[in-house]
Design a protein around this ligand. Structure first.
Ligand code: HSE
Length: 340
């Protein structure tokens, strides 16, 4: 299967004609890694979402470059810091990848409504890129294979992470829990159990520019064999838990990351104290959400509110405000509206 390079290119001097002049699509937030599944596991979350509107403005440059006019708005934290230059914006980069591949020459207005907090480990850049590629696919009637769309959306991650990682984009595009392999690209979505309930805690702290790159730079280049064996075992058990719809097994495996959590926890504000407080209040599992600083906490319905309160208090003790969402797995990106 192709990840989109050159696939289906129908470039011509006239360019591909749009089927719709306006399309609006949404994509959910997501959490990546889920403990032992670094760069492999993702889960779409119904806590937040982004929307992207595309409008054809008329003929653009022949080479497709510079044919996007991007604006962002919304209630998401740090929305004003998101670059609107297409080459530095995740939706812009993903759209440019499609524009180049399919010979799209139109000038397109891109309005991004940010609902996902940007830079907090909840797949914000992925949600914008995924909503954008879903919308462009519908606008030009491309009907691309999801893996091809995934390849284009992942190029958007270069804007924030410096590399194309696929876990958040796969979850946001396909929905549910995903397992993704980068080379050769493959992604599978699994419906999580109905009783999989999560509490996402987002500290209101300043995040460094290029935070994901910073969080990746603290990871070890080499992993001892014993830790590799441990993470493969726990990642496999986590998938088994998903398939058996066994939240206790999922939680047990999610807590046991021998590689990434130990390397990153020192850059996550209040991590040890909040984790302890959540577990003491009855949380089933706690881990870093993606590259952080948000935390992903598995809960059961009876204890969810108590855990949220304990987490809030633990952050307060460190003088940090936080936003907490109790949420479930979300469906993947969808087109909400199309007009001629
Ligand atoms: N898997 C990526 C990381 C997710 O942890 O760096 C970044 O959102």
């Amino acid at each position: 299967m192709s990840d989109g390079d050159g696939d289906g290119s129908s470039s011509s001097s006239a360019g591909l004609r749009p089927r719709f002049g306006y399309v609006r699509a949404m994509a959910p937030a997501s959490t990546a890694n889920l403990g032992p599944g670094f760069d492999v596991f993702g889960l779409a979350l119904d806590a937040y979402s982004d929307e992207v509107e595309l409008m054809v403005l008329g003929d653009g440059d022949r080479d497709g470059k510079g044919s996007l006019a991007i604006e962002t708005y919304g209630a998401s934290m740090k929305v004003e810091h998101i670059p609107v230059d297409a080459e530095r914006n995740s939706a812009g980069l993903a759209l440019l990848s499609m524009i180049k591949a399919y010979g799209i020459n139109d000038r397109i207005r891109v309005r991004i409504r940010k609902g996902v907090p940007a830079g907090y480990g909840l797949g914000s850049s992925a949600a914008s890129a995924v909503a954008a590629v879903r919308a462009l696919d519908a606008m030009y009637g491309l009907e691309l294979d999801p893996l091809v769309l995934l390849g284009h959306a992942a190029r958007g991650e270069v804007a924030s992470a410096g590399t194309a990682h696929y876990d958040n984009v796969a979850a946001s595009l396909l929905g549910g829990f995903v397992v993704v392999r980068q080379e050769p690209l493959h992604a599978i979505s699994i419906d999580p159990p109905d009783d999989l309930l999560l509490c996402v805690a987002t500290p209101r702290v300043d995040v460094p520019k290029g935070k994901t790159g910073v969080a990746r730079s603290v990871l070890p280049d080499r992993v001892p064999l014993g830790k590799m064996v441990s993470n493969v075992a726990n990642a496999s058990l986590l998938v088994a838990g998903l398939l058996r719809k066994d939240v206790r097994l999922i939680a047990d495996a999610m807590m046991r990351d021998a590689v990434v959590e130990p390397a990153r926890m020192h850059i996550i504000p209040a991590y040890a104290g909040v984790k302890r407080a959540a577990l003491d209040a009855g949380a089933l599992a706690v881990t870093i959400s993606g590259a952080g600083p948000s935390m992903l906490i598995m809960v059961d319905a009876e204890r969810a509110e108590g855990v949220a309160k304990a987490v809030n208090e633990a952050y307060s003790r460190d003088g940090i405000e936080c936003s907490i969402r109790i949420c479930r797995a979300a469906k993947g990106a969808t087109v909400l509206e199309r007009r001629l």
